[in-house]
Design a protein around this ligand. Structure first.
Ligand code: GAR
Length: 190
């Protein structure tokens, strides 16, 4: 199962996938490309470290969505990797129907809350400020409606009374790393 990862930031979830693959714990999944919409994104450092093609792809002309010329650049680069699965791992941009049609049924997203609660930006902060006692993370198929596609799996994280957003985020990210590796490994064995 050929896997392409799209991200915008640190890339800790992509790193978890790369480490799992290296350790033989990612089933039949093989990461074949990593693309970022910010040239300074930490996720791009995974390329040379793990021997995987990793590149910045200009998402212009839009700031928060992938459409028009930027979408075409992403479709071309991702299609060249012939992926069976496209993982949005911290890709902070709305993916539109053109991209989704090019990789129909193959695009999954990781979101840092128990969807359908707290979709959109800052899922961790939203849950923390709301005062829920249990939050978590979700991996779901991507559809044009943001954070609303069919849920593949979730993991729960309890919010303790003495948590800050930062301490919660640390545990939540650890839960994300386990969940995403588990889901990708399972999808590869279907
Ligand atoms: C993760 O917490 C992921 O759930 C979130 O961005 C972070 C990326 O971290 N994604 C979203 O909020 C998407 N709406 P990473 O770059 O260290 O993997």
């Amino acid at each position: 199962m050929r896997v392409v990862i799209l991200g915008s930031g640190r890339g800790s979830n992509a790193e978890a996938l790369c480490l799992a693959q290296q350790a033989g714990q990612l089933g039949r999944a093989q990461i074949v490309g990593i693309f970022a919409d910010r040239p300074e994104a930490g996720i791009l450092a995974l390329g040379p470290r793990f021997g995987i093609e990793a590149r910045y792809l200009d998402p212009a002309p839009f700031k928060t969505k992938l459409e028009g010329e930027g979408e075409q650049r992403y479709i071309a680069a991702v299609a060249a990797c012939a992926p069976d699965l496209v993982v949005l791992a911290g890709f902070m941009r709305v993916v539109k129907p053109g991209f989704l049609a090019a990789f129909a049924g193959k695009v999954i997203n990781l979101h840092p809350s128990m969807l359908p609660s707290f979709p959109g930006l800052d899922g961790i902060g939203q849950a923390f400020r709301h005062g829920v006692k249990i939050t978590g993370c979700t991996v779901h198929y991507v559809t044009p409606e943001v954070d609303a596609g069919r849920i593949i799996d979730q993991a729960a994280v309890r919010i303790e009374d003495n948590d800050t957003v930062d301490t919660l985020a640390t545990r939540l990210h650890a839960a994300e790393h386990r969940l995403l590796v588990d889901v990708v490994a399972r999808l590869s064995s279907l």
